[in-house]
Design a protein around this ligand. Structure first.
Ligand SMILES: Cc1ncc(COP(=O)(O)O)c(C=O)c1O
Length: 391
């Protein structure tokens, strides 16, 4: 049975679906309705960090499903308390707010930064600087924060108080005035083309922030939770932000997001300032505790780094006239090509490999589950290389 036409008929045209429908998965492999096997180099866009069907995560979620699925935020549940303690500890942060997605985690970060600034400096100091080519989500404030005009054009008016700047220290310095309350960055921009920020630029962000009592928000929705071989993308730069937003990998496939803050901000929100019906759901939380346990396990992150180096070396040893640059950190890699990444995506799909694109359709994005083996990596990389080289 071919279900694909259902999408055209019944679903809004917000996505460009590839011609495949998956029914099940295991580890780094996906299977379609005719049981054809595909290697997953996408991890559901950074979500399935531990691969598909991780036994401990599945058990934690199933056990919790049998015990308690939802209450509300007028009461507490055990998994969310455990998760709050663990997540703040490993993140070196003081407090956390739970929500359901990356865009919501960023909305919370924006509100928190503005509330802190309002209380300390009064009305008007509410501008948030974000970077060109950034991606922070699809709800109105997070979308306005996103430095990609193409995504904005139909949706005006947006909330006020955002400034987008180029990723260079001088542009940043120029944009700072007395109304700025926060600078929001992705240590490695994902959707924008897999662009790791330079150390010089990150240092400048923190230097300006410190000098002017401006908060730094790190959007770790895509590059966080082990993806770069460190717990957070910003750990590669030796800095610690005031606010961290996470989602994707945290839920292990269930919707979950979180916004973490440091000592300075821990009392900024008061009763009534923010909320979410599903945020703090015990089933998602029980799974998230298991995700954190595994990602923070000894040697796990070191292995991710090694696999990242393996990818870089693969392309170093196999240059191609059609490859412009290979960049990224850990298992977040972008291969910039002369040509359309979406064509490569379609081509490799035929060979049983699922990859992502990024940037202006000029980057093949590799974002596999963090548990992928070198053998699986090599197999997929050869398929990608051949498709690019034969373009
Ligand atoms: C860096 C970053 N922030 C925010 C988001 C939005 O997350 P969500 O789609 O869960 O709302 C994404 C999604 O790709 C992202 O990559």
């Amino acid at each position: 049975m071919n279900y694909l036409h259902y999408a055209e008929k019944y679903m809004m045209d917000t996505y460009k679906y590839l011609p495949v429908v998956f029914t099940h998965a295991k580890g780094c492999k996906l299977y379609d309705i005719s049981d054809k096997e595909y290697l997953d180099f996408t991890s559901g866009i950074g979500v399935m960090a531990l691969g598909h069907g991780n036994k401990k995560w599945t058990k934690a979620v199933k056990d919790q499903l049998d015990k308690l699925v939802h209450t509300s935020n007028i009461v507490l549940n055990v998994p969310i308390l455990e998760l709050a303690k663990k997540l703040t500890k490993v993140s070196n942060m003081s407090k956390v707010f739970f929500c359901n997605s990356g865009t919501e985690a960023n909305e919370c970060a924006i509100k928190l930064a503005r509330k802190y600034s309002f209380e300390k400096y009064g009305k008007g100091r509410n501008t948030i600087i974000t970077l060109n080519r950034s991606f922070h989500g699809r709800t109105m404030a997070s979308l306005e924060a996103t430095g990609e005009e193409e995504l904005h054009k139909y949706f005006y008016p947006f909330p006020e108080g955002f400034k987008h700047v180029d990723i260079n220290p001088t542009a940043l310095e120029k944009a700072v005035d007395s109304n700025v309350c926060a600078i929001m960055i992705e240590a490695v921009q994902g959707e924008g083309g897999v662009n790791p920020l330079s150390r010089e630029f990150v240092n400048k962000v923190f230097e300006i922030a410190e000098k002017n009592d401006i908060l730094v928000i790190c959007d770790e929705v895509q590059c966080g939770l082990g993806r770069t071989g460190k717990l957070y993308g910003f750990n590669n730069y030796g800095v610690q932000p005031d606010i961290i937003s996470v989602a994707k990998a945290l839920g292990g496939g269930l919707p979950m997001g979180a916004t973490l803050c440091n000592e300075k901000l821990k009392n900024a929100f008061k009763y009534g300032d923010h909320g979410s019906t599903f945020g703090g759901n015990p089933v998602c939380a029980a799974g998230a505790v298991e995700i954190l346990n595994q990602i923070t396990d000894e040697n796990f992150l070191e292995k991710v780094s090694k696999k990242g180096i393996f990818i870089k070396n693969f392309f170093k040893n196999k240059p191609s006239k059609n490859i412009r640059e290979v960049r990224g950190i850990g298992l977040m890699v972008g291969v910039e090509i002369n040509g359309k990444a979406s064509e490569i995506q379609k081509e490799v799909l035929k060979k049983g490999l699922l990859v992502l694109t990024a940037g202006t359709d000029n980057v093949v994005r590799i974002l596999p589950p963090l548990i992928i083996t070198k053998k699986e990596l090599e197999k997929g990389l050869n398929i990608i290389y051949e498709a690019i080289d034969n373009m």
